[in-house]
Design a protein around this ligand. Sequence first.
Ligand SMILES: [Zn+2]
Length: 270
Amino acid sequence: MIEKKIGSLSIWVFENLSRYEELGHFVSTRMGGLSSSPYDSLNLSFNVRDDPEKVLENRKLLAETLGIPLTSLTTAKQIHKGNIKIVSEELRGRGSIDYKGAINATDAMVTNVPNICLMILLADCVPILFYDSSKRVIGIAHAGWRGTLQFVAQKTVKALREEFGCLPQDIVIGIGPSIGPCCYQVGQEILSQVEDVFGTKQDFIRNESEDGKGYFDLWRANLEHLLQAGIPENNIEVAKVCTSHHPDLFFSYRHKKGKTGRFGASIVIW
Ligand SMILES: [Zn+2]
């Protein structure tokens, strides 16, 4: 990924997705906003007990800085499952200015409608951005451990194929900043689910200790699911940036023990 300073903000973009002129996308950081601690400062979530007026100001600042109409930001109530929503014109702007308007119970969104800025909110979960330039279709998914093990990445590819006729070889993907295998220690319950899903813990769990804990590699797990779905490895850019390792740059739920804000990841066809 590449870091870009735009106005007072620091925005990260994928190299592979930056090649397309008709496409906009970003991953925001926590710097340059108005929220106070522990949400300092560019918290974009209305659902973490931050002052909603400050969150709205942060979203306006972000939209203005990036030249995106605020009302095109489209968000969902994320529930850590694997629900996919096909976003139609009528859903444009849902959740752009408050939480209650966000699309219900959804962890991934796909659309072929221009000017709908699909945005997910994050603090350690994995953002996965999808683009098929031949069919002009975008997608975005939010994969924590639950979403990962419920195949949210593969389900998003399935939706792109079934709803829009996308071919896996045409889908270009970015896996963004999120908690890495360096920091994401998990317990026995998750370890055994990883083994159930992949048939092995090897490659996905690092440094397993005798008391049954280990470090879950969400990047590798989602990459594996995407490869299994037929996406060529060359189409996938993995940021390999750990949010918990960079708590000054990104919000990290684990590092801040739950009391923190959310940064955004977004994609739009102009
Ligand atoms: Zn780390």
